[in-house]
Every structure is written in C-alpha cells, then in structure tokens.
Design a protein around this ligand. Structure first.
Ligand code: 2AM
Ligand code: CA
Ligand code: CA
Ligand code: CA
Length: 263
C-alpha cells in the first residue's frame, strides 16, 4: 500500500463527505432509533456510509469495509486491507447540537493501523495519523505528549461513570473526578481521541466502544505516544465491542489500577 497516495485520496474523500454533511443542515433529516430510545441514527449517517463505500469499492476493489451502519462487509478476520468507518461519530450531537461530531476512519492492513482520520465536520478540522509518519492537526505536525500527573490532567468522562451502573464501581471513578484538574464530556469518542492526541485532554475513558469508534483515533493517538487499551490493559480488539481508554502514557496505568474498578 502506498500510504502517501492513499492519504491524498482519503483527505479529498473525507472533505467531500463533510461537505455533504454540512449541506444536510439545509434540509429535513429522518431520525430513527437503534438499540434504545437515545441511540439515534439518521438518513445522513446511512447516506454518508454508502457514499464512502461506493467510492472505496470503485477505486479499491480488493479492500474490505467495516461500517457502523452495516452497509459494508461482514468480518471473520482482519486479513488484507480493511477500512473501518464511522460516518458520523456523535449522532446525538449531530441531531441536537449541529456540532461536536466527526467522521472517523481507520485503514488497517492485516490488523495493523496504517492511516487514521478524524474530521470535525463543522469546524473543518482534520486530525490524521500515518503509521511511523506522525500525527497532524490540519497538516501541522502534533508534538509527542509530555509527561503529566493525575492532578494536572483533564479527563474525558461521561456522567454515567459517577452514577451506579452495571459495568464499574462508581465510587472509584468519583475519586478520579475529585483528583483530576477537570473533566469534559463531548459525546463523540472520535473527537475525544483527537483531543487526547493533540494534548487538549490527557485521557478519555468509555465503557463500551466499537471498532469504528476507535480505529482512526488509535492510529493518530499512538503516533504522539498516547496509550490505548481496554480496561484490563490489553490492546484494543478491533473485532468486537469493548471497554476503552486512551491516555497520556504517564497516567494510563494509574487510571486503570487506581480509579477503574470493573464489576
Ligand atoms: P455514535 O454517535 O457513532 O453512535 C457517545 O457517548 C459516544 O459513544 C459516541 O462516540 C457514540 O458513537 C458512541 N457509542 C457507541 N455505542 C453507542 C450506543 N450504543 N449508543 C450511543 N452511543 C454509542
Ligand atoms: Ca451510532
Ligand atoms: Ca461512533
Ligand atoms: Ca456513528
């Protein structure tokens, strides 16, 4: 795979998709629910996924596509080149806020992340990473992350973490909220990964993410030295839904060992 020519192609594809999403603000959209009443999907999520798939199938017929909305291929393994796409990450924000959502795309070869893209559509901000070639914010190279401490950190965390829930002991995460400098919750896993990679936040934790949520951001984050894993500290599995943390390397272990207690 020629990463440089792929990168040029993908950037133009993503910008075109972003243009289509911005245009959708001018027309009525159809909103449906998926697993529950707050799990939203729109016709735009589906149309954008289909737009990517038609281009990828035309221009890269040997590649496979894993898309959140299910128009791509089904997977038993990650052999060959696989595009992992979330056409709109943060659909609730897309519907309600008209901001704070992103296109998230990762290109993997035999399970290894090669290229990663997170496009903040409304702000026209593109984060991308090239394996071994660095991470970028609007084509400006991002610096490797500096060491930090829990006490000086801003952590991306959802309010459900500090309410009783079936995944984790919320008393432990209440202590995390008390010990860190601040918390944020943007409602787009991909954007939160981009913020950790660009040093705007120091960690982001989620109880349940899917491969398309993290595929692009993992490549970008790892290029600046951020650590990604599940809550057991194992590498993120790109075949299934799992817990997820991305963090500055100096606080990754401490968050997992002191502040996240799995039930
Ligand atoms: P989505 O908007 O693409 O569905 C919201 O906190 C974040 O979690 C978003 O990145 C959202 O992605 C993701 N997410 C993953 N699974 C979800 C689910 N079942 N319901 C709602 N958001 C989900
Ligand atoms: Ca969704
Ligand atoms: Ca998502
Ligand atoms: Ca989505």
């Amino acid at each position: 795979m020629d990463l440089h020519s792929m990168d040029t192609y993908i950037k133009s594809l993503i910008k075109e998709a972003g243009h289509r999403i911005r245009n959708s603000f001018l027309v009525d959209i159809t909103i449906e629910t998926k697993s529950d009443a707050n799990d939203l999907v729109t016709n735009i999520d589906k149309e954008i996924e289909q737009f990517f798939i038609s281009r990828i199938r035309r221009d890269f017929p040997g590649h496979r596509i894993l898309g959140e909305e299910g128009f791509g291929d089904t997977f038993e393994d990650l052999d060959g080149v696989v595009w992992m796409l979330d056409p709109i990450d943060g659909t609730m924000n897309f519907v309600h806020q008209k901001r704070n959502f992103a296109i998230s795309l990762g290109i993997y070869e035999n399970g290894i992340g090669k290229l990663g893209y997170i496009y903040d559509v409304v702000n026209d901000d593109l984060y991308h990473g090239i394996q071994g070639g660095g991470a970028y914010y609007n084509d400006e190279r991002l610096r490797p992350l500096f060491d930090t401490s829990i006490e000086e950190s801003i952590v991306g965390i959802n309010a459900t973490w500090i309410t009783p829930n079936r995944y984790i002991d919320h008393e432990a995460t209440i202590r995390l909220v008390q010990h860190v400098r601040g918390t944020r919750s943007y409602g787009s896993a991909a954007l939160e990964l981009a913020y950790v990679a660009s040093g705007r936040m120091d960690a982001y934790i989620s109880m349940r993410l899917s491969p398309w949520d993290i595929a692009g951001g993992k490549v970008i984050a790892e290029e600046v030295g951020a650590v990604t894993s599940n809550f057991k500290g194992e590498p993120a599995n790109l075949m299934k839904q799992d817990t997820f943390i991305v963090a500055n390397p100096s606080i990754h272990h401490r968050i997992l060992s002191e502040y996240i207690r799995l039930k």
